[in-house]
Design a protein around this ligand. Structure first.
Ligand code: GDP
Length: 445
């Protein structure tokens, strides 16, 4: 796995410690790292260049506030600029039209168009209480028409029949007519996709657009496509006035750079993100959260390294490697963490390293008591045998009593420590699974 941007920048930031401003001289190296991170996240090269130029302009001459290092300040600027580029005030579907409001779905075959059509139908029914009709103009693949029929029923919407011997334009007109007569609020038009861009396909969808005058023309694109998404986006933008983008398969393991590329190339806002194959797997796009994903900020390894910076690097790296490889986090690791906290010169020093918001929370804690607590926990773990530390599940009642006696504490304290350890272990497992962003949101909120 490539190291995350926050990780790289903190490394550079260490060299720049003490400098109060971002200058032409110290920003070059950092911008090179930002550039690498964006390319690794699969953002297209021309888009990266533009973006870096904007960040540089914003960053130069900025005071580096308070205790923040230039590296962290730059992460902040990059993060804000990413969110601003991808973000948009209103993200929901625009239905300001004489009903039925027509929504035209465009995109390559396999991008997730049909699935997204049904997800949108469900969204409009449940969240906006609309009466929704769907129709498929994909006369080249009978299976596609059947697929739309199936998922439309699952979404609780109505489906307008079409057959492969009809012309897409005739189908669309008939569906529009039906929607008008039956007082539907919304008509969702799924269109034919090809495996690659071709002229006939583009002509067909242009004709559909001219006849239907949709209030929304949504470009559906697979987030896993990375660099290729740019060419597709360009072609669709030239053919159609796109009003929005839906990024699908965001539950995959891409770093999501396609979002930035497609947003910049089409100029259209990203409205939704597809996050599962199921019909409830559609989320309103959250630019800030996505910026974090591109930067790889939710990276436990970087966090561990940062918090323990300058302490016992060898131990910290061992722990980081362990979390990365997914190997079990055991009581020995827990003990090592406790000892590191102490060797950092006490908890109050550690506190200075925390971001302001966390400091405020930590400020309510009695530091002396917290340090005594750490010493007691150390004592408990040190009273265990090496085997018990590696396999805490072995620690049953009699062993607990022996450990408590050895450490001079009550059995309840041993239980409390084991609970705490289990929670920590659970957290480590989640972090390995990439759930750190979610967890930090919960802790911060
Ligand atoms: P179309 O050819 O553009 O109509 O694409 P489909 O709607 O048939 O989707 C292609 C495949 O991608 C199907 O297997 C879908 O289940 C899957 N898919 C669509 N959207 C998502 C998503 O957001 N997440 C995941 N994991 N799979 C998706």
């Amino acid at each position: 796995m490539a190291s995350s941007l926050s990780e790289r920048l903190s490394r550079l930031a260490k060299e720049l410690r003490g400098q109060a401003r971002i200058t032409e001289g110290n920003v070059q190296d950092m911008l090179r790292e930002v550039r690498m991170a964006l390319l690794e996240a699969d953002v297209a090269l021309p888009v990266v260049r533009d973006f870096i130029a904007r960040v540089k302009e914003k960053a130069l001459g900025q005071e580096v506030l308070g205790s923040l290092s230039p590296g962290q300040a730059l992460i902040g600027i990059v993060n804000r600029e990413l969110a601003a580029t991808m973000g948009e005030g209103v993200s929901d579907i625009n239905l300001h039209a004489q009903p039925p409001a027509v929504i035209l779905m465009a995109g390559l075959q396999g991008s997730g168009k049909t699935t997204t059509t049904a997800k949108l139908a469900k969204h409009l029914i449940e969240k906006r209480k609309k009466k929704v009709l769907t129709v498929s103009g994909d006369v080249y693949r009978p299976a596609a028409i059947e697929q739309l029929k199936t998922v439309t029923a699952q979404a609780g919407a109505e489906w307008f029949p079409s057959t492969p011997d009809q012309k897409p334009l005739d189908i669309a007109r008939a569906a529009l007519d039906h929607a008008r007569r039956q007082y539907f609020d919304v008509l969702l038009v799924d269109t034919a996709g090809r495996l690659a861009i071709d002229e006939a396909l583009m002509r067909e969808i242009r004709e559909l657009h001219a006849a239907l005058k949709p209030v929304e023309t949504l470009f559906v694109v697979d987030a896993m496509q990375g660099q290729d998404a740019v060419n597709t986006a360009k072609a669709f933008k030239e053919a159609l006035p796109l009003t929005g983008i839906v990024l699908t398969k965001m539950d995959g393991d891409s770093r999501g750079g396609a979002a930035l590329s497609v947003r910049q190339i089409t100029g259209a806002p990203i409205k939704f993100a597809g996050v599962s194959e199921k019909l409830d797997g559609l989320e309103v796009f959250d630019a800030e959260r996505h910026a974090g994903r591109i930067l790889g900020m939710g990276d436990i390894v970087a966090l561990v390294e940062q918090v323990t910076a300058g302490v016992d690097m060898e131990a910290a790296q061992k722990l980081a490697a362990k979390v990365k490889s997914g190997a079990g986090f055991d009581l020995d690791d827990f003990l090592a963490q406790l000892q590191q906290m102490k060797s950092m010169g006490g908890l109050s020093t550690l506190m200075d390293k925390l971001p302001a918001q966390m400091q405020a929370k930590a400020g309510q804690v009695d530091m002396d008591k917290a340090e005594r607590d750490i010493r007691r926990k150390e004592g408990i773990i040190q009273s265990m045998t090496p085997l018990e530390r590696r396999k805490p599940e072995l620690i049953k009642a009699t062993r607990k009593r022996r450990i408590a006696a050895g450490a001079g504490v009550h059995v309840q304290e041993v239980n409390r420590l084991l609970n705490e350890f289990e929670q920590m272990q659970g957290m480590m497992k989640k972090m390995k699974g990439g759930g750190l962003m979610k967890m930090m949101k919960r802790m911060g909120g």
